[in-house]
Design a protein. Structure first.
Length: 270
């Protein structure tokens, strides 16, 4: 992977991690276009996912600071910050189960080709469009049950082509949660799973030495892609929060439907 290719793929990751179009699906498409092999792509994917987590910390630092300040304060009952942290913890359960018991199977799916990505993009499109037209009764708080169901959507989004932000936000909207709160919750709930998975992968790679840790991709392209993902991630994160508040997800649903259909057609050589 060249430095230019790494920068372009980093930009793709940073933008599509927050926009509801599937970062994993678009990284798979970009890897196919650039001819990046699976081993390099896995290493690069871990690096740029960590980069987008850092961009979340930058954009949502005030919310994170609010959460941390109240997390260890006890007022005789659970305060708002502790209830919020508990909801995030509950939302992590499904993806944690997938990561522990089905990690190898998921990695096989990532190498299954563009047909799988196309089908999953159509699923993302259907969910986004359906959530746009649904009008459930609005709730003031994200309950623990809703957090678990949103977590299920995040677990399904490990499939390349199923948007994590799109599926979690759309699921939250269908459950009746207010759109003003969903983008923030969606972006915060992914931080612990991504960092945990990255730590496990780094420890595993370190067992094989420095050469295994980079898996054939140079440190300069890796660093360039990492920085590109942080910068584009900050821009996309701020943009996406505004998009959710304005309720404009249907346009991304149309985009996912078009790209998904084109990938299916292309994969069949038509």
């Amino acid at each position: 992977m060249s430095t230019i290719e790494a920068i372009l793929m980093g930009l793709v990751q940073g933008l599509t991690e927050y926009l509801p179009v599937s970062s994993s699906g678009h990284l798979t498409i970009a890897a196919a276009l650039f001819g990046v092999n699976g081993e390099q792509n896995l290493t690069f994917t871990i690096a740029v996912h960590v980069a987008t987590v850092l961009s979340t910390l930058v954009i949502l630092w005030k919310e994170i600071e609010w959460l941390l300040k109240g997390l260890f304060r006890w007022d005789g009952s659970l305060n708002a910050e502790q209830r919020y942290a508990l909801a995030i913890l509950v939302s992590m359960i499904p993806v944690g189960i997938v990561g522990v018991f089905f990690k190898d199977y998921v990695e096989e799916i990532f190498g299954a080709g563009l047909l799988v990505v196309g089908c999953c993009l159509l699923l993302t499109a259907a969910l986004l469009i359906f959530s746009y037209y649904a009008r459930p009764r609005q709730k003031e708080e994200i309950s623990l049950l809703d957090a678990f169901i949103i977590g299920l959507a995040q677990a399904v989004a490990v499939l390349p082509g199923v948007s994590r932000s799109g599926s979690t936000i759309a699921t939250g909207l269908l459950l009746g949660n207010k759109k003003e709160k969903l983008a923030q919750f969606s972006f915060l709930m992914v931080i612990p799973p991504i960092l945990g998975e990255a730590l496990l992968d780094v420890l595993k790679a370190m067992e094989g030495g420095a050469e295994a840790a980079t898996s054939g991709i140079g440190l300069v392209p890796l660093a360039a892609g990492f920085l590109a993902a942080i910068v584009s991630g900050c821009l996309a994160c701020r943009w996406m929060i505004g998009i959710v508040r304005r309720g404009k997800l249907i346009y991304f649903g149309i985009y996912c439907a078009i790209v998904g259909a084109l990938l299916i057609v292309f994969s069949h050589g038509i």
